[in-house]
Write a protein that binds this ligand. Structure first.
Ligand code: ADP
Length: 426
């Protein structure tokens, strides 16, 4: 069932979008947290190193003859430091790798850092590989004079490790999303199953009910006709009541018939009985059938440009389609108007005909809704004219079944034109 298929896809899509958004937020948060924890761990190492250097330099200035001669130990070969005096002269250092020493010295000389701040400098390397260097700066008070210490570390591997884990996380996220989308699709199908079943039952019920209603309606109709033909019933009041019953039963029979068509079309139970017939003749015949109805409203119903053209289609359905359109044209055209049924000609493998009126017209905002079931622009007016809002939806269904199409153009208070295009051979 197309409708349930669409709902299933929409549900899956919504779920996937939601999960996708959630995953993006999650991956971003995890990435940020990993970055933060890595950054603080590395920074702590640098702070410890700065403390050691400060302690070492303090000892050097005030040697303790009793104590052990402790020296600053460069416990990681990636660590380096530079100590500058207040005139920016280099006092002490443990050199960074020659590959980026120049880059570092250049940066820290120009770096206007607050004491204790940490920054990661990135140096573009060959082959797109970037080196990340984390440096902290501290101002030490050496006997009233400010010395600046820079301690740094090559954190490239740590950062590229983080990048790799983020890529891995993204890949896992995409995989998870794909998997959960498939699961969502299956689950949505399962959830919709009972609804689909109920819908099928309801459609069957509508078809059965309208089918079953036809017989009793036919009985009421023939009974009313029988009573009307009985000359012993002379009371004008009773005869009027019987006429009213007949007219209402007629409307109801039409409604039930239309409902049956709609229900059958939902059940795909509308059968096509194809045969070859003359479309021009059928158009003429329908004009003849409808003429008395048009005359009642003093409407000039004319057939124009009718030509002999054989088409292969379901004649009954095409007849009903023409009758619906002509009936509407008469219904929605005021007394004294004109309705034209015209054969527009053959276009490649299609034939085209149109039904034009000089009636009330349809507003542009209603044009695409009039083919919906039970849609009526003016409910009260349509009911008064014996409409039930199913005519055009049936006309649309019949053209669709034949692989054709139906177009409408309309100008309010000037008229409406319905154009039907049908393939010559279904
Ligand atoms: P109904 O039984 O109400 O005529 P239809 O499905 O045949 O139902 O038409 C739907 C609505 O489209 C009508 O209620 C009417 O408002 C509008 N409509 C259809 N044909 C015409 C027309 N020829 N001129 C103006 N309005 C029309």
């Amino acid at each position: 069932m197309e409708m349930f298929g669409r709902s299933r896809q929409q549900l899956t899509m919504m779920y996937a979008l939601l999960m996708g958004a959630l995953l993006v937020v999650l991956i971003f948060t995890v990435h940020r947290m990993m970055e933060w924890s890595m950054f603080s761990e590395q920074a702590q190492e640098l702070f410890d190193a700065v403390d050691s250097i400060a302690e070492y330099r303090e000892r050097e200035r005030h040697p303790d003859p009793e104590g052990d001669s402790q020296t600053f130990v460069n416990y990681s070969d990636r660590l380096f430091f530079y100590v500058f005096d207040e005139d920016n002269r280099l006092l002490d250092f443990s050199r960074a790798s020659y590959k980026f020493e120049f880059f570092i010295l250049d940066h820290i000389r120009n770096w206007d850092a607050a004491s204790g701040s940490v920054q990661v400098f990135r140096r573009p390397g060959e082959g797109g590989r970037r080196t990340s260097i984390m440096i902290t700066s501290r101002t030490m008070n050496a006997g009233g004079i400010g010395h600046r210490v820079f301690v740094g570390k090559d954190v490239t591997t740590v950062y590229s490790g983080l990048q790799k884990s983020t890529y891995l996380l993204v890949a896992a996220g995409v995989l998870g999303l794909l998997l959960s989308t498939v699961i969502a699709y299956v689950m949505a199908g399962k959830a919709l199953e009972p609804m689909e079943e109920a819908y099928e039952k309801q459609k069957q019920f509508a078809a059965d009910a309208s089918h079953e209603l036809r017989t009793p309606l036919a009985v009421v109709m023939s009974s009313a006709e029988l009573l009307l033909s009985d000359q012993s019933i002379t009371s004008p009041f009773l005869r009027q009541v019987l006429e009213d019953v007949k007219s209402e039963v007629k409307k109801m029979t039409k409604l039930v018939g239309d409902l049956l068509i709609v229900a059958r079309s939902d059940n795909n139970a509308l059968k096509m009985q194809l045969k070859t017939f003359n479309l021009g003749e059928l158009l003429n015949q329908n004009v003849r059938i409808m003429r008395p109805l048009a005359q009642k409203k003093n409407i000039n119903l004319v057939a124009e440009d009718i030509a002999d053209i054989d088409i292969t289609a379901d004649e009954q359905k095409i007849k009903q389609l023409i009758l619906i359109l002509v009936d509407n044209a008469i219904k929605y055209t005021p007394n004294g108007g004109v309705v034209v049924v015209r054969y527009d000609g053959r276009y490649d493998d299609d034939v085209r005909f149109s039904i034009m009126d000089t009636g009330i017209g349809i507003a542009p905002e209603d044009l695409d809704k009039i083919f919906e079931r039970f849609y009526r622009v003016d409910k009260a007016r349509s009911r008064e004219l014996g409409g039930n809002g199913l005519g055009l939806s049936i006309a649309h269904e019949f053209t669709k079944m034949h692989g054709g199409k139906i177009n409408v153009e309309s100008v309010i208070d000037q008229g409406t034109k319905f154009t039907v295009t049908l393939p010559i051979k279904k």
